[in-house]
Each structure stands twice: as structure tokens, then as C-alpha cells.
Design a protein around this ligand. Structure first.
Ligand SMILES: [Zn+2]
Ligand SMILES: [Zn+2]
Length: 390
């Protein structure tokens, strides 16, 4: 069977299952679950995979809502990643219900390619993208070892294939001062809030002298108890982001100096803890992005390489992309003016435009699986590119 015919068959397979895939995405959308609590979503997705002939392992990497479905054996081993966590108060305002349904839809359609050419297709369920970096934990626990490629789609307001995502680490900071009456005896107090405010001032000064794409931002989570008491304690949470790990490491040192300086000036004692999860920058495999883009174009979609105005965030897919040739394309599910993480985006994630984007992405993902399993040379090219960029 030639490749174009096989691609037409996987498209037909997704069309034949479009109502089930749609129902799955709407069901997850109407029962939003936060990171590591996605029990219903994981149950529905694994059930669908099992009923479609996949061998399913639940609770992999000691994470109850993570899973792996496998069809076929051996190489190449291509993974399609599913996310299914929602946001506090906003529900599926990042559209992860669409990621989940497109992943299982693409996985099931890819069976045709595996039956024809061999290799294996895996659908890997990766919980808690938004709050806890589930893929970073799973990467440490070797969930993505021995894969030849890893792909997922992410809903957005435009069709693009290259995702820019920054390295990112969280920082918790506390200052310990000394309480005193703020009017009667201020001279014996040590003001932990002033230490925090001076830290913000120092970071604001530092910001002028850091690289363009780097970001430092934070909030105060404890600023004192009463206006007539010198605050004995203050606390804050910060995020430090940079384009690469080396600059992130440098920036982390300079940020900590801001807190040390403020502690010295105020006399407050500083304590800080870096978050255990570090989001890695996204490393896009251009060979894979070209294949996916061409497949989306044959479905009649206009796909840009990247969106110059695209905001820089961070994603735990970055951690996967450091280990395996990866893509994280965006698929338009909402008009351009709609912002991700807004109530309007949550609506779009259950709209007909959203379903259409999700189905097209599932088709293009499965067509890309066809490209990979049918052409050993392409897999070599994908891996060569990955090796050169390491
Ligand atoms: Zn997301
Ligand atoms: Zn998000």
C-alpha cells in the first residue's frame, strides 16, 4: 500500500470514530479535574484505548493518573502524549480535553500504519501539566526512554508548529524579622516586609540588565498581620525563566543576591527553597515539525512555522524534548483575539471550532506516524537532527 493511500485510510479511521472522539473531549471538558486528580479523564481515556486493542498500563511512574497504552512492538516507537488536567476556577481554559481526545484518536488511527509497517505506537497519559510539571517527574522516572519521537498538539488561537517555551523554576522565599509596636517601639523591630519590598526593588533594577527573553516575576503571600505591628514574617513565590538552562542557572544566582542584599540591609533572616521541578526549554525537532505541517496543510489548514507575537511561557513538554525528538504544535480552536487561560478559551475548548481543530490535529498526528513508520530514513534524519542539537 502506498503512503498516500495509508494516510487516506487513517483520515477515514478518525472520521469513522469522530463522534466517540468528540464525546470523549466533551465529557472531559464538562468534568474538569485538577492536576493529579484526573481520575475520571484517565479512566475514560484508558478504557477507550483498551477497547481499541491497546495494551494499557495505569498508574505508571507511581502517578495514579498517568498511563501508557501500547500497540505493536519494537522500533520505531512513536509516542503521542495526552494532557487532561484543568485549571483552578477556569475549567478547561487551556483546552487539555482536546489534547487528550486528539491523542487517543490519533493513537487508534495509527494502528493501521503499525499493522502495515511494524513498530509501535504509544499513547502516554501525562497528568498535571499546569501546576506540577507531570512530564518533568515522568521524565525523571524514565517514562520517555527508548522512544524515537514524541508528539502532541496544544490548542491555541493560530495554527503554528514551532513552540517557544522557556526554562523555568519556582522559588519560595521567606524573611524572618522581629515583631514590635510599629509606633511605640519601631526601633527594636526588624521589618520582614521591608526586606521583601526591597527584594522586589532590587529585582526590578536587575531586570534592566538581563537578556531579552528572561523573566522574573513573583507575588507576596505573607506581608504581615496588622498595620500597627512590625511584620516579623514575610513570604513570596517567584518564577525565574530563561531561554536556556545555562542562563537560568546564572540568573538564579543573581536573583538570590537580590534577596541576600535585602536581608543584609534589613537585618531579617532569609530562607529560600528552589522548586523541585525545573521546566526545561522546548527543543523543537524541525524535521518532525515539517512533516506535521505538511500533513496539516493537506487537510486544508494554513499553518505558520511560528507566530512572532507568540507569548513565551513554559511547558513540561520541554523536558520531554530534551530526551526525545519532539513537537508541540498549536492548533487553532478559537479566534485570534481569544487568550489561553481565559473563560472564553474554556468555551472554545467545547466549541465546534475546537472539535474541528482537535480532529484535524488527530489526523495530522496519525499521518505523521505513517511518515515515520513507513520511512526508516526519515526516522534516521529526525534522530540525526536531535543528536546534532544536543
Ligand atoms: Zn496547556
Ligand atoms: Zn495552560
Amino acid at each position: 500500500m502506498d503512503i498516500e493511500k495509508l494516510k487516506a485510510s487513517v483520515i477515514g479511521e478518525i472520521d469513522a470514530h469522530r463522534y466517540q472522539i468528540r464525546e470523549l473531549s466533551l465529557k472531559i471538558h464538562s468534568s474538569p479535574e485538577l492536576g493529579f486528580q484526573e481520575f475520571k479523564a484517565a479512566a475514560w481515556l484508558t478504557q477507550y484505548l483498551e477497547e481499541s486493542g491497546f495494551l494499557v498500563e495505569r498508574g505508571i511512574c507511581e502517578l495514579p493518573t498517568a498511563f501508557r497504552g501500547r500497540y505493536g512492538q519494537g522500533k520505531p516507537a512513536i509516542a503521542i502524549l495526552a494532557e487532561y488536567d484543568a485549571l483552578p476556577n477556569l475549567g478547561h481554559a487551556c483546552g487539555h480535553n482536546l489534547i487528550a481526545a486528539s491523542a487517543v484518536g490519533a493513537g487508534v488511527a495509527s494502528k493501521l500504519a503499525i499493522d502495515q509497517f511494524g513498530g509501535s505506537i504509544l499513547v502516554i497519559g501525562t497528568p498535571a501539566e499546569e501546576l506540577y510539571g507531570g512530564k518533568a517527574i515522568m521524565a525523571d522516572r524514565r517514562a520517555f526512554n527508548n522512544l524515537d519521537a514524541a508528539m502532541m498538539m496544544h490548542p491555541g488561537a493560530q495554527d503554528t508548529v514551532i513552540t517557544k517555551a522557556l526554562a523555568c523554576q519556582a522559588l519560595e522565599v521567606e524573611f524572618f524579622g522581629k515583631a514590635a509596636h510599629a509606633a511605640a517601639r519601631p526601633e527594636v523591630g526588624i521589618n520582614a516586609l521591608e526586606a521583601m519590598l526591597n527584594s522586589f526593588a532590587a529585582i526590578n533594577s536587575l531586570r534592566q540588565h538581563i537578556k531579552d527573553k528572561a523573566r522574573i516575576h513573583g507575588i507576596i503571600t505573607d506581608g504581615g498581620e496588622a498595620a500597627n505591628v512590625v511584620p516579623a514574617h514575610s513570604a513570596g513565590i517567584f518564577l525565574v525563566r530563561a531561554e536556556d538552562d545555562a542562563y537560568l542557572a546564572e540568573l538564579k544566582g543573581r536573583v538570590i543576591n537580590c534577596f541576600i542584599g535585602a536581608a543584609t540591609a534589613s537585618g531579617a533572616r532569609l530562607e529560600y527553597r528552589w522548586g523541585s521541578i525545573c521546566y526545561a526549554p522546548m527543543h523543537n525537532n524541525l524535521t518532525l515539525t515539517r512533516l506535521f505541517r505538511r500533513n496539516m496543510q493537506t487537510l486544508g489548514r494554513k499553518v505558520k512555522l511560528s507566530d512572532p507575537s507568540q507569548a513565551f511561557g513554559s511547558t513540561d513538554m520541554g523536558n520531554v524534548s530534551q530526551l526525545v525528538p519532539s513537537i508541540h504544535p498549536h492548533v487553532a480552536v478559537a479566534p485570534e483575539e481569544v487568550l489561553v487561560h481565559s473563560p472564553q478559551f474554556a468555551e472554545a475548548a467545547a466549541s465546534e471550532m475546537g472539535i474541528k481543530g482537535m480532529l484535524d490535529a488527530a489526523k495530522a498526528l496519525a499521518m505523521t506516524v505513517v511518515d515515520l513508520v513507513a520511512n526508516a530514513e526519515i526516522v534516521i534524519k529526525v534522530k540525526e537532527e536531535f543528536g546534532q542539537n544536543k
